[in-house]
Design a protein around this ligand. Structure first.
Ligand SMILES: *Cc1c(COP(=O)(O)O)cnc(C)c1O
Length: 386
């Protein structure tokens, strides 16, 4: 089976991890700060905080922005559940803004409509908006950040798909149009640390808060302490935090992988362009990429024109898998998950996302794909999509 995604680990990556195993530190050594510095540089951001997953990064990002009980967080229904769960961890409520039918990202026009409606009807406005750059295609940050100023909400970019992407010449992660950006280093993402995440920000206060939440709410900085330090052994817990630390092994792998980010993104773009060419005449919508942006091309999502195809969506999906091509579906709309239905969401709430879900399929895309595998994927699609 050709998988839909796969990590690319070379000898340098392996050596980097082995070196850590032979060193004095498996955690809290020099690799995590080195990885954080490299991420700052990569993203052009003032601060980078490494944690054990993007989910943890989303959680501490929400906490740092003050999300708590009684607050409202808005996000997109087409993402992994973590993009919404992080608000619930903080005791806040979640609502969704429907997607754009072309980019599948949260739609800025629908966001504006929903904000206008909420304001006019004296409904609660969001404290934080969590955006997802689906498959690496940047959201409409300029439009959305204008709305953030007007309606006084903060922005977290969930850039789990988008390390290496650029929005109007700005690196994703530079937080030019947001408060915090979050990345994932799960093996299926652009670069991996095994598991891991990073939050970037240009705001020193947010960075300090995220550092505290990452490490049990404990500080060794006398400036932050209540009263006097008792001595060199002393630390204080000044808030309730977590153990979200990244290990040295993960940071070394992440750092080594970061060296090849550019090559990975380039290769992903070559593969995506090949698909763009080869799949043109099939009864499917190909992904849209705006030329003014750069996409990391994390996913290649096709949408079936079901009225032109004899099989159902599920029939096409199963037939492709039966022929050895490991397709996937990103994502099941979050509001349709039983847990979220239990919170009161129902089918029909976000129709564009639901229509997308009935038609979307992610086809294999990862740097190591060979020409032969690419041709096989295209051949299988040509056979099945009739
Ligand atoms: C992978 C992913 C996450 C979660 O990342 P982890 O590092 O596995 O916690 C969150 N949001 C999106 C959009 C993702 O793709």
């Amino acid at each position: 089976m050709i998988p839909y995604g796969k990590q690319d680990i070379n000898q340098q990556d392996i050596d980097a991890v082995i070196d850590v195993l032979k060193s004095d530190f498996l955690t809290q050594g020099p690799q995590v700060p080195a990885f954080e510095q490299a991420m700052q540089k990569q993203c052009n951001a003032k601060h980078a905080i490494a944690v054990n997953s993007a989910t943890s990064a989303l959680h501490i990002a929400c906490l740092a922005l003050g999300v708590s009980k009684g607050d409202l967080v808005w996000t997109t229904p087409i993402s992994f559940v973590a993009s919404a769960n992080c608000a619930l961890y903080c005791g806040a409520s979640v609502d969704f803004v429907d997607i754009d039918a072309v980019t599948y990202n949260l739609c800025s026009a629908k966001l504006e409509e929903k904000l206008i409606y909420a304001k006019a009807n004296n409904l609660q406005l969001p404290k934080v908006l969590i955006l997802v750059h689906l498959s690496g295609e940047p959201c409409e940050m300029l439009e959305i950040s204008k709305l953030a100023k007007e309606y006084h909400f903060s922005i977290i970019e969930d850039a789990s798909h988008a390390i290496g992407s650029e929005y109007k010449g700005n690196k994703i992660g530079s937080c030019q149009f947001s408060n915090i950006t979050v990345f994932s280093f799960h093996p299926v993402k652009i670069i991996t640390a095994g598991e891991g995440g990073v939050a970037t920000t240009n705001d020193v206060e947010l960075a300090d808060k995220m550092l505290l939440f990452r490490g049990h709410g404990i500080t060794r900085d006398t400036q932050q302490m209540v009263g006097e330090s008792h001595g060199d052994w002393y630390y204080q817990q000044i808030t309730l935090g977590y153990n979200y630390r990244m290990t040295e092994l993960q940071a070394a792998l992440g750092l080594s992988q970061l060296n090849r980010l550019e090559a990975f993104v380039e290769r992903r773009n070559v593969i995506a362009e090949y698909y763009d060419q080869e799949l043109q005449n099939l009864p499917i919508h190909l992904p849209t990429q705006k030329s003014e942006h750069k996409s990391s091309r994390h996913l290649y999502i096709i949408r079936l024109e079901l009225q032109k195809i004899s099989h159902s969506h599920k029939g096409v999906f199963n037939a492709i898998r039966e022929k050895g091509v490991g397709v996937n579906l990103h994502y099941i709309p979050i509001h349709l998950q039983p847990y979220y239905q239990g919170l009161g969401f129902k089918e029909g709430d976000f129709p564009t996302a639901e229509k997308y879900y009935r038609e979307a399929i992610s086809i294999p895309l990862y740097p190591q794909m060979s020409e032969m595998q690419l041709d096989e994927v295209c051949a299988v699609l040509r056979i099945v999509l009739v």
